[in-house]
Design a protein around this ligand. Structure first.
Ligand code: A2P
Length: 289
């Protein structure tokens, strides 16, 4: 859990963390606090998730209970679609810091590429980066075309592209582009929102190692060099998902999972409009903040 990846700006980021999408505010506090106590150092949230406040409380409690310092943690959050644009992105940072009870963010991502706005959003994030409010800036859900467009306009190269990535949806074109451009790929919904957990090939590999299918998928991410943030609202699963450092998949097993790609995004993803500016169309608890 302490193992890190060097991002392209020299910042070290843990390879495995806790995701909290679809986690309520109350549960976010409990999950984040428990995760920190279990050794997690990377926590990934977003204004869109409506749980930054709970995450902030969980961070505070986790630090208190472990005696760790803020700098021992790596906290990611994302610029909300409704906040995109230059000035509104700059203005959004105060609310983020207040809800999370932090003085800086480790990694700030453009949550979705809102067409017509993501370049201005990026320019504001570069300013926040140079001002020291965030230690690194990156993107999420950018396809190859939009990544290229961003790079054509950016002064600071994104450190990360966080994409839906799991055995059934491997984003091969995005991954190849990222590797070429020095952008680290990070997986959201690494367990396929649960779908990949019942795959027979993965089950067979899990049985061979005496591990769960979730653990095999997380291990596969790590061996592929992909930063991963499985979500669970259950403390025992949060613990299980971090217990992946005592076994190794063989090359043949990694290859068998590589071959499961169906290029199959989750259903809601197809409903999502790139132009969505106000967050409607997300099925999240947008009314809670
Ligand atoms: P829950 O939160 O009820 O534990 P993803 O990170 O790909 O979005 O997947 C999250 C889904 O997988 C959630 O439904 C979560 O359920 C479930 N999940 C997370 N960890 C495990 C695990 N170790 N075993 C089984 N299901 C899990």
């Amino acid at each position: 859990l302490a193992t890190t990846e060097h991002l392209n700006n020299g910042v070290e980021m843990p390879k495995l963390g806790l995701g909290v999408w679809k986690t309520s505010n109350a549960n976010a506090k409990e999950s984040v606090s428990a995760a920190i106590q279990q050794g997690y150092r990377l926590i990934d949230t977003a204004k869109q998730y409506g749980n930054e406040t709970g995450v902030g409380e969980g961070i505070r409690e986790g630090l208190e209970k472990t005696g760790l310092n803020r700098k021992d943690l790596f906290v990611t959050t994302k610029v909300f679609n409704g906040d995109q644009g230059y000035q509104s992105t700059l203005d959004s940072i105060d609310g983020i810091l207040e809800r999370l009870q932090l003085t800086y963010i480790d990694l700030l991502l453009v949550h979705w590429p809102v067409d017509g706005k993501y370049i201005d959003t990026w320019k504001a994030m570069e300013k926040l980066y140079h001002a020291g409010k965030v230690r690194a800036i990156g993107i999420s859900n950018f396809d190859v075309e939009r990544m290229q467009d961003l790079l054509d306009h950016a002064d600071v190269t994104p450190v990360i592209n966080q994409m839906e990535f799991n055995p059934l949806q491997q984003q091969k074109d995005v991954l190849a582009f990222c590797q070429h451009a020095g952008i680290q790929l990070e997986a959201w919904s690494p367990l396929g929102g649960g779908d990949a957990l019942n795959n027979p090939t993965i089950q067979e590999i899990a049985d061979a190692h005496g591990k769960s299918t979730a653990q095999v998928i997380i291990r596969w991410d790590l061996q592929r060099g992909i930063i991963t943030i499985p979500k669970s609202a259950h403390i025992e699963r949060i613990e299980q998902n971090a217990d992946v450092f005592d076994f190794e998949l063989t090359d043949a097993e990694v290859e068998a999972i590589n071959n499961l790609d169906e290029a199959k995004p989750s259903l809601w993803y197809e409903d999502f409009a790139w132009h969505n500016e106000d967050g409607h169309g997300f099925k999240d608890n947008v009314d809670t903040w």
